[in-house]
Design a protein around this ligand. Structure first.
Ligand code: FAD
Length: 221
């Protein structure tokens, strides 16, 4: 029965992941109606990472030195350049001042299309507790991209203050609990009998095996 409404400011690429959670009510700031702020996301140094070599949907080592510097410069340059173009197309600045009296300016709904997805949007997001727990289970998880996980971690803190008993149960049974596949359960049973199952005998893929071992704290994933 519990519901909560958040006012969230988030980069568009995060919003695109977030909106996949269909069990919420959403009311997004309209970039047809209003001019978007000159605000964009740039990762901090420790989050500026290379593509993971083992997981196509993940990050590897943090970029260093010249490469990191160049990546940051390019991200900032493009964002600033695109925002300048946006204002030129609109013929308006963020305060609504006309830049050139002799021009009409392109409609807001069209001018926005050149902005990169690291620009921020905003929305109101209303969701019930059960579906919020589902969101947090998926997004406050290490499989999730850092940029959305950062929001999910904050939401976890809000849940703790809002519904402390439900939060404790959630942490005990879902967040710090574990889910095993049928093959995983077989491996655990064999281990408990003193047998020595391997990835080959388990019929699991390398990644499934490594995730199981990591969950059981038996190696590093
Ligand atoms: C780590 C990670 C990686 C991801 N990678 C990708 C990717 O590569 N590509 C991609 O497209 N998406 C990806 N996603 C998004 C993912 O596929 C889901 O869309 C997202 O996590 C929302 O989950 P959900 O559908 O369970 O949530 P919600 O939409 O909030 O739904 C919650 C639950 O409600 C029920 N439900 C909701 N709507 C319906 C319906 N219409 N009919 C029946 N039941 C319904 C289901 O039981 C569902 O689980 C990824 C998500 C995560 C966390």
């Amino acid at each position: 029965m519990c519901e909560i409404k958040f006012h969230i400011k988030l980069p568009m690429f995060v919003a695109r992941q977030w909106i996949r959670h269909r069990t919420a009510n959403v009311n997004e700031y309209s970039a047809r109606y209003s001019i978007l702020d000159k605000e964009f996301y740039i990762p901090t140094d420790e989050h500026l990472a290379a593509q993971s070599k083992i997981n196509n949907q993940g990050r590897g080592d943090v970029l260093k030195g010249e490469e990191a510097k160049q990546a940051l410069e390019l991200l900032k340059r493009d964002a600033l350049q695109c925002y300048d173009t946006y204002q030129t197309l609109l013929n308006e600045d963020a305060e609504g001042n006309i830049l050139d009296e002799n021009k009409n300016g392109l409609a807001r709904e069209l001018a926005r299309m050149n902005l990169p997805v690291n620009f921020y949007t905003q929305w109101y997001w209303k969701i019930d507790l059960s579906n919020l727990m589902h969101f947090v289970s998926l997004r406050a998880d290490h499989h999730s991209q850092y940029e959305i996980r950062a929001y999910a971690d904050v939401i976890l803190g809000i849940m703790e203050k809002w519904v402390p008993y439900a939060y404790d149960a959630f942490m005990a049974y879902r967040k710090t609990g574990a889910h095993f596949s049928g093959k995983g359960v077989e491996v655990i049973k064999q281990m408990l009998k003193g047998e020595k199952p391997t990835q080959e005998t388990s019929g699991m893929t390398k990644r499934e095996w490594e995730e199981l071992m990591a969950t059981l704290n038996l190696n590093k994933a």
